[in-house]
Write a protein that binds this ligand. Structure first.
Ligand code: SAH
Length: 251
């Protein structure tokens, strides 16, 4: 079940931190590491800091974009060391552990997304996540070392996992709904944006926060696969009407 939870490190500069994160993960029983454009990897410093978690490092998937790192996931939780401009659904680390384990038990793929040492995650990257998690640190000195942040959230995942051991697991796949994955959601947002431009609801020169707000809205709706097909169908028909191509209405 813990293998459904992946740790995503975005654009890490120090390979030592990648090794430290791998060690923290293995200590907590996590094994799936995804690196988005690491500045230096593989690297001797990474192996040195991993001290024994080389299997996590050698199994790490290196990708070019956050979008690729999130393929197949239906829940992404982004970490943030500080407040951001657009308020987003927040979890504390304990809730992050509980939610990750609950959803992983249901067979969903989960991503915990960590940012750059110097600049964290961009707003655009954070807006790809359903929830944000902040480790309640000293407000005057709030940034943890990257590997330390992985350790804290990994520990909370482990505690939630241990607590769930005695409980009956949700095995009834018949009742389980299949949620749209993040890559499917990305294609939907792309389609939605184009449609909103087509019907002149969105001005590409003055987009304001419209797409971010819509991401936040759909992100908290747990959109199911079948619902996603309906939404995509509505967009396709809307675009046809906007182009004057719709033949569906005869009246
Ligand atoms: N200067 C950056 C801090 C980056 S710290 C900023 O202001 O955003 C590097 C990474 O460690 C962060 O992107 C995040 O993934 C994690 N991290 C550090 N401190 C954290 C905290 N208090 N809560 C959650 N994540 C934290």
């Amino acid at each position: 079940m813990l293998q459904n939870i992946r740790v995503v490190l975005v654009n890490t500069s120090h390979p030592g931190n990648i090794g430290g994160a791998a060690r923290a993960m293995k200590n907590m029983g996590l094994s799936r590491l995804v690196l988005v454009q690491p500045q230096e990897f593989p690297a001797a410093d990474a192996s040195a800091r991993a001290s024994g978690a080389d299997d996590v490092l050698s199994g790490a998937l290196v990708v070019d974009s956050l979008e690729e790192a999130l393929v197949g996931c239906s829940l992404a939780i982004g970490t943030s060391a500080r407040d951001r401009s657009l308020p987003w659904p927040m979890l504390d680390p304990r809730e992050c552990g509980a939610k990750s384990v609950e959803r992983a038990t249901m067979g969903d793929e989960i991503a915990l997304v960590f940012g750059r040492e110097h600049a964290g995650l961009t707003n655009d990257e954070l807006q790809r996540c359903h929830f944000h998690v902040h480790i309640p640190s000293n407000p005057d000195f709030s940034s943890l070392n990257l590997a330390a942040a992985v350790q804290v959230l990994g520990y909370e995942v482990r505690m939630a996992w241990l607590a769930a051991q005695g409980e009956p697991s949700i095995n009834d796949k018949a009742d389980a709904v299949e949620l749209a994955t993040l890559d499917e959601m990305e294609r939907f947002y792309d389609h939605l944006e184009k449609t909103l431009v087509d019907i002149a609801f969105l001005d590409p020169d003055k987009p304001k926060h419209l797409m971010a707000r819509l991401r936040r809205l759909y992100g908290r709706s747990s959109v199911e696969r079948t619902e996603m097909s309906i939404l995509r169908g509505i967009l396709t028909e809307t675009q046809k009407v906007a182009r004057g191509e719709s033949h569906k209405r005869k009246d």
